[in-house]
Ligand binder design. Structure first.
Ligand SMILES: Nc1ncnc2c1ncn2[C@@H]1O[C@H](COP(=O)(O)OP(=O)(O)O)[C@@H](O)[C@H]1O
Ligand SMILES: [Mg+2]
Length: 230
């Protein structure tokens, strides 16, 4: 585990609304290794979500370099980035971001359909992915028919369906009670340990963060310290 998968150099992000400028990232350097699970911690507003969104190309950083599997993310246009995300990245958000009108299996297969996979292959892969999170029997349930923990498992299945280089998780257990959160975290930790899935996880929860290989502490738009865990 020493091949770099994501490298960012001097990453800066300044939001402008009207006359107000917010320097959300002030020169971040980060190197995420293949198979690594990295937790990002820090007080509310310190730039964790901004970092995740810039690294994954959801937001365009103001300046700096980002390389993912040797590809320069900054040089891609919006369409290229959208396609790249659908093909090579997985996402898990605090609020699940499942489409309520779609069934579990339809939600899970969506990233594949977006990137042009044929419907039959997409359906098969989505079913396998649901099985891998213990929800093989729940493909035809809609989000409203599932518990919070099951919904988050569906988003984990969705994040894995394209066999991503990396999964980005922004406070994935933030909306779950502690028992349910433990279930989701042990699922993610298993995927990291057994399948070598690379994960960058934002969390407020120290216990959750300590399940990672490394904790990156942020403060006011910079990395203030790093801790090696395992
Ligand atoms: N879309 C935006 N427009 C303007 N300012 C923003 C936007 N998103 C975040 N910010 C600001 O950037 C800073 C970092 O926010 P964020 O990355 O969401 O922090 P965290 O995830 O650590 O709570 C905050 O000051 C926040 O108000
Ligand atoms: Mg945030």
């Amino acid at each position: 585990m020493n091949t770099s998968i994501v490298q960012a150099k001097n990453l800066e992000m300044t939001y402008r609304s009207g006359n107000v400028e917010t320097h959300a990232l002030k020169g971040i350097n980060i190197d995420i290794l293949k198979g690594e699970m990295v937790a990002v911690m820090g007080p509310s507003g310190c730039g964790k979500t901004t970092l995740l969104n810039c690294l994954s190309g959801i937001d365009q950083a103001t300046s700096g370099e980002i390389n993912i599997e040797g590809k320069n993310l900054i040089e891609m246009n919006d369409n290229q980035k959208t396609k790249y995300r659908a093909q090579h990245m997985g996402f898990i958000f605090q609020t699940f971001n499942l489409l309520p009108v779609l069934t579990s299996i339809e939600n899970v297969e969506l990233p594949l359909l977006v990137s042009g996979t044929d419907t039959k292959t997409a359906r098969n892969k989505a079913q396998k992915s649901l099985e891998s999170v213990g929800l093989g029997e729940y493909g035809h349930h809609k989000p409203a028919q599932l518990s919070g923990g099951q919904r988050q498992r569906v988003t984990v299945a969705r994040s894995l369906v394209n066999e991503p280089y990396i999964v980005w998780a922004d406070e994935p257990t933030g909306a779950l009670d502690s028992e349910t959160a433990n279930g989701v975290m042990s699922l993610m930790t298993d995927l990291n340990k057994k399948q070598g899935l690379t994960i960058l996880l934002v969390t407020h929860n120290r216990e959750v963060a300590e399940l990672s290989n490394r904790i990156i502490n942020m403060k006011d738009g910079v990395i203030s310290s790093e801790e090696k865990i395992r």
